[in-house]
Design a protein around this ligand. Structure first.
Ligand SMILES: [Zn+2]
Length: 176
């Protein structure tokens, strides 16, 4: 288990004026008693692709970076500011795999806690069913070491560290 603290415990000083009087304000915000600056720890949006081959096997990526280096993941990533989920996923699939999207449709969403840089990043992971132009000549780039295909029932959920990805898989297993 990777040790990661709630952001409330990491943000000790007011990011606006530098005061130590940066106080907890409810569950998910901190407010500065000195200058009044109020910061919310909001959920970040992320996207994930469920891509199946002709045999109905799902495509997974093998992570080449921390957190969870060497474990499985679904292709995807964080949504950039002012991006739609669809555009973010098209961009991520191009960046990670050199893949071009043919069709996509929204599937479901699950929350997750992503340990990063000693803190917890809260995400809402939006899953899409994606059909690529081609499954040939995909080039793993960036932060993945390779791609692997598994039938929904054959995936070892212990190899899938993100709770949101486990939940997406469970949903696919139920409906498969
Ligand atoms: Zn302040």
């Amino acid at each position: 288990m990777i040790h990661a603290k709630h952001p409330n415990l990491i943000f000790n000083y007011c990011p606006s004026c530098g005061s130590e009087a940066f106080q907890q304000n409810g569950d998910r915000s901190k407010k500065c008693d000195h200058c009044g600056f109020h910061f919310f720890f909001n959920t970040s949006a992320a996207v994930a692709a469920v891509i199946t081959d002709a045999e109905g096997r799902i495509m997974f990526t093998r992570r080449a970076v921390q957190p969870h280096k060497g474990m499985l993941d679904l292709p995807g990533g964080f949504v950039d500011p002012m991006e739609t989920g669809e555009v973010a996923l098209e961009r991520e699939l191009e960046e990670e795999l050199g893949a071009t999207v043919k069709k996509m449709s929204y599937l479901c969403s699950f929350p997750n806690v992503y340990p990063f840089s000693g803190t917890q990043v809260f995400t809402l992971d939006l899953a899409y069913q994606v059909e690529l132009e081609s499954l040939e000549n995909l080039t793993p780039m960036d932060d993945i070491s390779g791609i692997e295909f598994y039938y929904p029932d054959e995936v070892n959920l212990d190899e899938l560290p993100a709770q949101s990805m486990k939940n997406i898989l469970k949903k696919l297993q139920q409906h498969g």
